[in-house]
Design a protein around this ligand. Structure first.
Ligand code: ISL
Length: 565
């Protein structure tokens, strides 16, 4: 039924609470801070808020290392603050989705503390423990159970000296992986999820949910020339029981609960596999985040990025639109707390800052799928001008730097990679106004404010009809107003210029035409004859540059136009 798929016409806004708004003057954002900024969210018009983790945590990975699933970290507030926020969002007609991080816990979670205490612990099997492997040759030291490299550098295994076994952690050492093969683990997770739903939350964003089932044989992965560890991705992602677990979760947690939103974070998911998660007939998730478009610029690894060719981004989006046209549903995003800022990465944050931020937003929001806005994206926030390693905070960046420099890479080279790709670019405080700490806090925040907050900030944009904020607002309103945006078919148009992303959306007699120049040079699109004929009497409903109305007119750099009929 249509109402159970309400999220097709919804827009989700992601809050990274640490960096959103500080209310108590400790330099870290918190729940009361979010409550102070609800007018911003309502003005933007978003329907759903996804909160990055706020649970008690040692903060080794900014809360993606949870030590108690059923509480609030004091740095963010209390359960009372949480209930107040949930009620306030609901009363303004917004829903709240929690971050569910259940591939791993913190090593300080009582489950892991108990698990590591003894080989005979009742919770031993809640995590993934393996004995050491014998060294390569007699006399050589024992080694890890597999050769896999972790996401945050170094091996995925850490030896626990107490019991002489290794535990698996696909991420940092302080993030041991739960053993989903154990039914007690799954029941404990489901029970916790029901507890949040009973409290009134409206769904979950599921962290690396395609990693919860591993290949039970634990094979080694291929080793790149010169690398110390192997790539285990094929063995620890999309394991044999993944879909069984998700279907079980659906039955045990979601059935009979009404209009929720479930979105899986699935790095490495392919176009063939995506519908397995999100085809409603399979009763798993509503949608997943794919990673293809945010991997296009990875060169020899993420921190040695390469420049994109004109049209690569549009081509990737188009393939995903086509792949999920019949079954499954796309999550549309350019930004989140793990990615550099899209205007710096895919746009032109210098001369064409406003134009490129709004053009990218236009092509994203008018595709078929559910758009996600990451805090600050709606203001055109850019990458931070970090230069020294001391400017960074993220465990991934810090570990990578230490590892690369130890291997003999030049520090300046490593830093130039971080300057483009560090997750910290997404984590600088939201720029509310031009004051000293950008209106985020009364004190110097936990990570530096971007100095461009003097001109890139919310205050300066609210009243300006041409601002990035106003453009996002208009795009969100369009999705709510025109069914063709939510439900229409997608078809890319060949206009003879790869840098131009032109597409048509169709729903019965309703049509939408989007034409956007995703480059910093002027270009003339050649619309197919029939299309030119169809749009002859214009009907331009949204643009980002004062240009010519005709659909086949030359486009200035980053000009984007939307026609509807
Ligand atoms: O940004 C990445 C590292 O280059 C991604 O590979 C990221 O680690 C991956 O998308 C998983 O991300 C999620 O789980 C991590 C957490 O650090 C991220 O913040 C979260 O979004 C571990 O919980």
């Amino acid at each position: 039924p249509a109402s159970s798929q309400w999220w097709k016409s919804a827009v989700v806004y992601q809050i990274y609470p640490r960096s959103f708004q500080d209310s108590d003057g400790d330099g870290i954002g918190d729940l009361q801070g979010i409550l102070q900024r609800l007018d911003h969210l309502e003005r933007l018009g978003v329907d759903v808020i996804w909160l990055s983790p706020i649970y008690p945590s040692p903060q080794a990975d900014n809360g993606y290392d949870i030590s108690d699933y059923q509480g609030i970290d004091p740095v963010f507030g209390t359960l009372d603050d949480f209930d107040e926020l949930l009620t306030a969002l609901h009363s303004r007609g917004m829903r709240l989705v929690m971050d569910l991080v259940v591939n791993h816990t913190s090593d300080e979670h009582p489950w892991f503390v108990q698990s590591r205490s003894s080989i005979h612990s009742a919770k031993r099997d809640w995590y993934i423990w393996r004995p050491p492997r014998a060294g390569h040759a007699p006399g050589e030291p024992d080694r890890e159970p597999t050769n896999w490299e972790s996401f945050f550098s170094g091996p995925t295994w850490t030896l626990d000296p107490e019991t002489g076994e290794y535990y698996l952690h696909l991420f940092a050492r302080k993030q041991p992986d739960l053993n989903w093969e154990n039914p007690e683990v799954r029941q404990a997770v489901y029970e916790m999820m029901r507890w949040w739903l009973d409290r009134g939350v409206d769904g979950f964003r599921m962290d690396v949910i395609n990693l919860i089932s591993k290949n039970p044989d634990y094979p080694d992965g291929p080793v790149r020339p010169g690398a110390e560890y192997g790539d285990g991705f094929a063995h620890y992602s999309a394991g044999p029981r993944l879909h069984e677990y998700l279907q079980e979760m659906r039955r045990e947690v979601f059935d009979g609960r009404g209009s929720l939103l479930t979105v899986g974070e699935t790095p490495g998911v392919t176009k063939d596999a995506a519908p397995l998660f999100s085809d409603p007939a399979r009763r798993e998730l509503d949608m997943v985040f794919q990673f293809e478009h945010v991997s296009l610029d990875h060169g020899n690894g993420k921190f040695r990025p390469r420049a994109l060719e004109p049209g690569e981004l549009a081509a990737s989006f188009t393939e995903w639109q086509d792949a999920l046209a019949d079954a499954g549903w796309n999550s549309l995003y350019l930004a989140n707390h793990d990615q550099p800022r899209p205007v710096s990465r895919f746009g032109d944050a210098g001369e064409w800052w406003r134009e490129s931020a709004t053009a990218l937003a236009t092509v994203l929001h008018l595709q078929r799928g559910t758009p996600y806005v990451y805090q600050g994206e709606e203001l055109g926030m850019t990458n931070a001008p970090f230069h020294a390693i001391e400017d960074y905070r993220d465990v991934e960046s810090l570990n990578y730097y230490a590892d690369a420099v130890t291997r003999g890479e030049k520090p300046e080279r490593v830093l130039s990679g971080l300057m483009r790709m560090s997750r910290d670019h997404a984590r600088t405080p939201v720029q509310w106004d031009a004051s000293a700490n950008a209106g985020f806090s009364t004190v110097v925040p936990w990570i530096a404010v971007n100095p461009n907050h003097r001109h890139v900030n919310a205050q300066a944009q609210y009243g300006d009809a041409a601002s990035v904020f106003s453009h996002y607002r208009a795009l969100i309103a369009l999705r709510h107003r025109l069914p063709v945006v939510a439900d229409g078919d997608f078809e890319r148009l060949d206009v003879g210029a790869p840098a131009v992303f032109a597409f048509r959306r169709t729903l019965g007699a309703q049509r939408l035409l989007v034409i956007a120049n995703l480059s910093s040079s002027a270009v003339t699109p050649h619309l197919p004859e029939a299309e030119r004929e169809y749009w002859r009497d214009e009907r331009l409903i949204l643009n980002n540059v004062d240009g010519e109305d005709r659909a086949d007119a030359a486009l200035s750099p980053w000009e984007a136009k939307v026609y509807a009929r």
